[in-house]
Design a protein. Structure first.
Length: 286
């Protein structure tokens, strides 16, 4: 069955995620290699914020820069394959927009240009989304109105009824064959995110993807709050604020580790077990 839809996320959590991403990028500028895991997790949190992130151009650009920073960090760590993989994700998620790779130096710019050429040479494919009523479509947390061709690769697709009826459809779409046109159906009467009239593959994830992402988000928020309390509470071991802050910091770290491990495992299994799917366009049925 399809994954359950992500719940509505409070504005406070989104704001905390933005602050955390900003702080993580700053740390990565000072120590790129040591910040690889933190950058990966801070970026992944935004998978559950499609409507908020799509309306926030500044944070969309910040996430793009975070991915470029992560590619740079992987290259510095001597992992060229992972650097290329991160750069490919950044290029696909930009939906054709130019990325500011030159801001991170000539080596990152060269990697960006190389991977862009490789992806463009592989070609494009299309996915038609049929909606029973007017719908909103988000690709990689970007709302699309007129849809350009999409490079081959993997994308997060979020489809929701404009009027807010029913549950949104949340899919990970693997675009595998150049020129192929695939279809995805969305109906407001769907149950649990399963598209009407479309057979759904069995869910092989340990945890719904939105749940893993939200665990990461909650953990990062708790860690940020705990770190703030610990910093301001002083060094007295019997200070109750210090103990509370340390507890929040530890609990947040545990949530981040758990969410990160489950998300990484499930995404790896999805990547190696998924079928071929592939510009996204849609039609409306009235």
């Amino acid at each position: 069955m399809a994954q359950p839809p992500a719940p509505v996320v409070e504005a406070l959590e989104y704001g905390a995620a933005v602050e955390h991403l900003t702080a993580t990028i700053e740390r990565a500028n000072r120590d790129p290699v040591e910040s690889i895991d933190a950058l990966t997790e801070a970026i992944a949190v935004f998978d559950g914020f499609a409507p908020q992130l799509s309306a926030d151009v500044e944070t969309l650009e910040l996430r793009e820069f975070a991915r470029l920073s992560l590619a740079r960090a992987q290259r510095i760590a001597g992992r060229p394959e992972l650097a290329a993989e991160v750069m490919d994700t950044a290029i696909r998620a930009s939906l054709g927009a130019e990325l500011p790779a030159d801001r991170l130096g000539p080596s990152v710019l060269a990697l960006y240009q190389q991977r862009l050429a490789v992806l463009e040479a592989q070609g494009y494919a299309t996915l038609e989304v049929s909606c029973e009523a007017p719908c909103r479509i988000f690709i990689e947390q970007r709302e699309v109105a007129s849809v350009p061709p999409l490079l081959l690769g993997r994308y997060d697709v979020w489809v929701a009824d404009v009027a807010g009826r029913g549950e949104p459809l949340l899919e990970q779409v693997e675009l595998g064959v150049a020129g192929e046109a695939r279809q995805l159906a969305f109906g407001v009467t769907q149950i649990g995110g399963a598209a009407l009239g479309q057979p759904q593959p069995a869910d092989r994830r340990l945890m719904p993807r939105w749940a893993s992402v939200m665990l990461l988000a909650a953990g990062t928020v708790a860690m940020a709050a705990g770190a703030t309390v610990v910093t301001t509470a002083g060094k007295a071991n019997d200070n109750p604020n210090l103990l509370a802050g340390a507890a929040a910091l530890g609990g947040g770290a545990a949530a981040v580790i758990t969410g990160g491990v489950v998300l990484s495992f499930d995404d790896h299994r999805a990547r190696h077990g998924g079928g071929r799917q592939a510009t996204l366009s849609w039609t409306l049925r009235f």
